[in-house]
Design a protein. Structure first.
Length: 250
């Protein structure tokens, strides 16, 4: 995210006798500090527009500071992640609106035919939730293992027939259950359901429902938040940095 502040710098230095070296220093420091304030504003905006955002989401904003040779500070969303979808991808639909990016577990389910192409998965009423209201990663892993959706290199994580039978039997502390794909009774939505065994009969719970699209409205105005923070903070940060530069000038 970039905001041009050249006109602001020109007007702020017009009434001073600052030398080019001091102006360069002040610009670099002010750009970086303003970007840091903008990043804090982005995090605050996330807390305001998202319900109970995860620490992963809140820590996704970072600043690339300005340097003496590159008078530009950048506020960005992380675009790399090792075991999860990068924030720059999964927040894109929240910023621009439109279809959300497909999640890794959705691609894995589609690869083994457990979820049709062109669909997205949303938690059903029977899904276990974590402290942030998202579907439990443990249950997602269990579902992937049940449908043997882990890639070949992770085959040991996939459930064997014995593992499925053990899950179905349950234990003294937990009732047995299995997962299946379908739309029970031809009335319920297509998805992954959990069939729970009781002493008398069974019950069916929707865990993941398959929908044709998961379209988001624009909720997180990343650009506006950065522009507003720059407009409110840069002049003050530049003035403070220029005083520092003049005080330490040699």
């Amino acid at each position: 995210m970039g905001v041009d502040v050249r006109e602001a710098i020109a007007s702020l230095t017009a009434l001073t006798d600052a030398k080019a070296k001091q102006v360069n220093f002040a610009t670099r420091v002010a750009l970086t500090r303003t970007a840091q304030l903008a990043a804090k504003a982005e995090v605050k905006e996330m807390r305001d527009v998202f319900r109970n955002p995860t620490p992963y989401t809140l820590s996704s904003v970072y600043v690339k500071p300005a340097t003496a040779h590159r008078l530009e500070a950048t506020v960005m969303l992380k675009d790399e992640a090792t075991k999860a979808v990068p924030a720059a991808k999964f927040l894109r639909a929240q910023i621009d609106g439109g279809q959300r990016v497909q999640k890794r577990f959705e691609r894995a389910l589609q690869a083994v035919g457990a979820m049709p192409a062109g669909y997205r998965a949303v938690p059903g009423s029977g899904a276990r939730k974590d402290a942030y209201g998202n579907m439990s990663s443990g249950q997602i892993v269990q579902i992937l293992a049940f449908f043997r959706a882990f890639p070949e290199m992770g085959y040991k994580a996939n459930m064997t027939d014995k593992g499925r039978a053990r899950l179905a039997r349950g234990s003294k502390r937990q009732q047995g259950y299995t997962y299946f794909v379908g739309h029970p009774g031809d009335r319920l939505p297509l998805g992954i359901y959990q069939r729970v065994a009781f002493a008398r009969g069974t019950a069916v719970r929707p865990v993941l429902l398959f929908v044709r699209s998961a379209v988001y409205q624009e909720r997180f105005d990343f650009k506006y938040v950065a522009e507003l923070a720059t407009a409110n903070e840069f002049a003050n940060e530049f003035a403070k940095a220029l005083v520092e530069a003049e005080r330490t000038a040699r």
